[in-house]
Design a protein around this ligand. Structure first.
Ligand SMILES: [Zn+2]
Length: 117
């Protein structure tokens, strides 16, 4: 029998039920986000050009809610509060990820960071 060229021979992998060893659980990530949100007072800490400022909602769509920003590559440094800050969509996605503005590496450096013009 002729096999359809788009037939999947290997089934799609199921979503992992539990995180890998050493990876944060759902609860770990939720409490980190909560901690960073409260540390920032719900406000964007990147404050780059175009930032709307003000208190960001915890929930809502991705354009308006508060983002947990990884200052360092999560893959290498993991999810730790000193490597994260709070950001809005504009700063986090548009400035940092799309335009590639380099962020300070740690939360401590963010406090004295001179923003690019
Ligand atoms: Zn912002």
């Amino acid at each position: 029998m002729k096999r359809s060229p788009i037939k999947r021979r290997v089934p799609l992998r199921q979503r992992r039920a539990k995180p890998r060893r050493g990876q944060p659980t759902k609860d770990d990530k939720a409490s980190l986000r909560r901690f960073v949100y409260e540390r920032a007072g719900g406000k964007c800490e990147l404050r780059l050009k175009g930032c709307k400022g003000g208190v960001l909602p915890w929930d809502g769509d991705v354009f308006t809610r508060a983002h947990l920003v990884h200052l360092r590559a999560r893959r290498r440094f993991g999810t730790r509060a000193d490597g994260c800050c709070l950001g809005c969509f504009s700063c986090h996605i548009e400035r940092s990820h799309v335009e590639g503005i380099k962020l300070p590496a740690t939360y401590a450096e963010l406090l004295t960071w001179e923003r690019p013009a």
